[in-house]
Ligand binder design. Structure first.
Ligand code: AP5
Ligand code: MG
Ligand code: ZN
Length: 214
């Protein structure tokens, strides 16, 4: 089962991808998480990516595509995976389609988690990320057991640099210009499914499971 998560920044792609990965025992591959891990470790890729991410811009396609193609070729991906945050541009989608075609594979589901812009800014200001393991919470909608401390690893929780309101606005513009066209792309491929991302986290997940098991 090869799944792509689409949706605006803050729509809940990561939240749902993690649940799907747990339910179906497949890897969750988040390009944002990969970049953040590289930034934390001070790698060259991380340093390059950071200059774009902090401005709310996309990292150039050439820094992303090979990384993902290598990842989906690894042994743990044979039974499927859930891609979160990739593809994000038409060239990335085309590169993925081509790379999979060479392996005789294709994406099975593109799931668009639909949330209007009005809801996004509010969500992002309440999101907290763990500095230790990268787990994501929300102060109101997905709180930790103990305030400010990660449930998984005990790490400190912070507001992501790119979650400041001014940067969120920029990311939304970038989303509409560069990523939203993928909805048409995957509609044409015949694999687009849309779920309402404004409802409760578990209800969004229920809708996803229903479509995956239909
Ligand atoms: P990335 O990390 O992918 O960020 P994003 O797409 O902007 O999305 P987010 O992670 O911010 O949101 P999400 O949809 O995962 O929402 P979440 O589940 O956390 O990318 C960051 C940057 O890296 C990009 O800007 C770009 O620079 C670069 N990059 C990454 N991939 C790239 C690529 N392929 N090409 C080029 N550049 C790339 O949920 C948000 C919050 O809402 C959380 O607090 C959550 O708890 C809460 N929440 C979730 N669902 C619900 C719900 N149903 N109800 C209430 N609250 C909810
Ligand atoms: Mg995410
Ligand atoms: Zn943690």
């Amino acid at each position: 089962m090869k799944i792509i998560m689409l949706g605006a920044p803050g729509a809940g792609k990561g939240t749902q991808a993690k649940k799907i990965a747990g339910e179906y025992n497949i890897p969750h591959i988040s390009t944002g998480d990969i970049f953040r891990a590289n930034i934390k470790n001070g790698t060259e890729l991380g340093m390059k990516a950071k200059t774009y991410m902090d401005q709310g811009l996309l990292v150039p396609d050439e820094l992303v595509v090979d990384l993902v193609v290598d990842r989906v070729n690894q042994a743990d991906c044979t039974d499927g995976y859930v891609l979160d945050g990739f593809p994000r541009t038409i060239p990335q989608a085309e590169a993925l389609t081509e790379a999979l075609k060479k392996l005789g594979q294709k994406v099975d589901y593109a799931i668009d988690v639909n949330v209007p812009d009005e809801n996004i800014i509010n969500r992002m200001s309440g999101r907290r990320a763990c500095v230790g393991c990268g787990a994501t919470y929300h102060m109101v909608y997905a709180p930790t057991k103990q305030e400010g401390i990660c449930d998984t690893c005990g790490g400190e929780l912070i507001l992501r640099d790119d979650d400041k309101p001014e940067t969120v606005g920029k990311r939304l513009n970038v989303y509409h210009e560069q990523t939203q066209p993928l909805i048409d792309y995957y509609t044409r491929e015949g694999i687009l499914h849309t779920v309402d991302g404004t409802i409760d986290i578990d209800d969004v997940f229920g809708a996803i499971v229903k479509l995956l098991e239909a």
